[in-house]
Design a binder for this molecule. Sequence first.
Ligand code: GRF
Length: 213
Amino acid sequence: MKGIGVLLSGGGTNLQAIIDTIEHGNIAADINLVLSDRPDAYGLIRAEKRGIPAYCINRKKFKDAGSFNEAILEKLTAHHVEYIVLAGYLSILSPKLVECYRNKIINIHPSLIPAFCGKGYYGDKVHQAVLDYGVKLTGATVHFVDEGTDTGPIIFQKAVEVLPDDTVETLSRRVLAVEHELLPKAVALLVQDRLKVSGRKVILKSSGMMSNS
Ligand code: GRF
């Protein structure tokens, strides 16, 4: 079975959506490892409840980003992780880690990239910026991870309407529901090697042409 590593920083509802989809038999892989960059992430507990190896690699305990990412890479290797899912993960991956897992790392972002993304746009800040700007549509994006912040090729996007009375709380709840739909779908295709990156585009390979294209 193929091995996924999930990196997170918070509540882990996206992790839960992946776990549930695996348990329903709709993702042909196991989660070999869950890593958090902070100790209080509830996602670690969710993993432990399902018997998934879960560790905190506390970013604050490392002198620099290089040594922090080395520790992550060591754990990923030790647990035979082939694909990485960033599910609400707030640290930046080092270029070396991105290179080691080229086109095998995906991220979920709570807006329609390239709007409201990049440095400083994370968590509720994204939804606050959406409300402040007054856009009528936002949404969720699943994309491959490259060396930039939220810049990799886009796999799936789905729009969510911004309602006149929305608050960060109401809007984030609706966007999160869409994240829970898109991320497991992308993971299922990723582990079947059905997502082909061609420049900035991601092409969905049909299941019949998986082996040699
Ligand atoms: C999600 O909105 C994700 O897109 C963002 O942080 C939130 C994490 O949610 N980056 P959870 O930890 O999966 O519940």
